[in-house]
Ligand binder design. Structure first.
Ligand code: FO1
Length: 347
């Protein structure tokens, strides 16, 4: 195991929704309790969140991953669902259904709607998504975390994931649906022929994103979806290059334990890009930075320990530890193991 100490003044995490948010909760807990080596309650954590799950619905701009991170770290999340507000009520959803307004398969809770109203009004008044997010986080993050945590959208530009699926009724034999329709209505249960991040090529990283990666002491890819969350963030022009060139070590945590995705339904997404559904295959998909990839280290679950040699052979430092985010202490231990794995690597 690497032995040189790492002082963690700044950690940058590239996050999707539920898996990333729970990891962040554990990381912050570990920084507060001293469980994360080199870290302290003063360690700055910058979260760069995926915004390609975003969509416009009922005239409102909804940003599921930004909100999942914001509500989770602000202790306003519905813990069971992993998205939306705690103690939610659904009157607006019921009323929309009574009017026959589609889609009825995507529900906005009453409390949650307030967030989307504020966001939409600010966007329409000309503020950027970064500025809106900062304003929303003043309510959710500052009271609990002061200025320790900063939440940034990956881009202020509109980027939306769409998925091509087979459709016998369509003349082309296929149909393209928004990611939310694929995920929520179709439960990611039908094969994804292609996954497209519409608008990504022309997008630029949001203010502060490249700097947060370049000046970090550690960059973390948490157990988020490697295709439609972390993959989409890395696909914004400039971000992959920033991760490749940062002097900070880059460590990833497998979202796959055994044959399944822990907090989502990544199987179809991985298959669509030709990646086997296993912890090692996801680590190899990211690849070693020394060989053109984006990670130096990769944590997988103890149940997948037999896959360790595949990673080491590909130049990725790898270690097997329990990856169940069952409580904050267990998740903090995961974060600590991630730090220990790459602690000797700062260039
Ligand atoms: N997920 C669902 O399964 N059903 C919903 O009706 C739903 C509504 C919703 C509203 C706001 C929000 O921020 C998230 C919401 N999600 C819902 C979760 C979300 O669609 C996905 O889980 C993520 O985009 C995948 O990370």
């Amino acid at each position: 195991m690497p032995s040189s100490p790492l002082t963690l003044s700044r950690i940058t995490v590239l996050s999707g929704g539920v898996g990333g948010a729970r990891f962040l909760q554990g990381l912050l807990h570990g920084l507060r309790t001293g469980a994360v080596p080199g870290g302290s309650p003063d360690t700055q954590v910058t979260v760069v969140a995926n915004t390609a799950d975003d969509w416009w619905i009922h005239g409102l701009k909804v940003c599921p991953d930004l909100d999942t991170v914001m509500y989770t770290l602000g202790e306003g999340i519905d813990v069971e669902r992993g998205w939306g507000r705690s103690q939610e009520t659904w009157s607006a959803k019921t009323e929309l259904e009574a009017y026959g307004v589609e889609p009825t398969w995507f529900g906005l809770g009453d409390r949650d709607i307030a967030t989307h109203l504020v966001r939409t009004q600010m966007l329409e008044a000309g503020f950027t998504l970064s500025q809106v997010t900062e304003a929303l986080c003043r309510r959710w993050l500052e009271p609990l975390h002061g200025r320790q945590v900063r939440l940034l959208p990956m881009s202020d530009d509109r980027v939306e994931t769409h998925v091509a699926i087979a459709d016998a009724d369509s003349p082309s034999g296929r149909r393209v649906v928004h990611f939310q329709e694929y995920w929520v209505r179709l439960h990611a249960a039908v094969p994804a022929e292609t996954v497209l991040a519409v608008g990504q090529d022309a997008a630029t990283p949001a203010p502060g994103v490249l700097d947060a990666i370049a000046t970090a002491d550690l960059v973390v890819l948490p157990p988020s979806n490697p295709v439609v969350s972390v993959g989409t963030i890395l696909g914004v022009p400039g971000i992959r290059a920033a991760v490749r060139s940062t002097p900070a070590p880059v460590v990833g945590v497998s979202p796959i334990v055994g044959p399944t995705h822990v907090h989502g339904m990544a199987q179809q997404m991985l298959t669509s890009i030709g990646v086997e559904v296993s912890a090692a295959a996801v680590g190899l998909h990211y690849g070693a930075r020394s060989r053109g990839g984006v990670v130096d280290g990769w944590l997988l679950d103890t149940r997948d320990a037999e896959q360790l040699p595949r990673l080491e052979e590909a130049g990725v430092l790898a270690r097997a530890v329990p990856l169940m985010m069952s409580d904050h202490d267990a998740t903090a231990a995961m974060a600590a193991a991630a730090v220990e794995l790459v602690a000797g690597l700062r260039t």
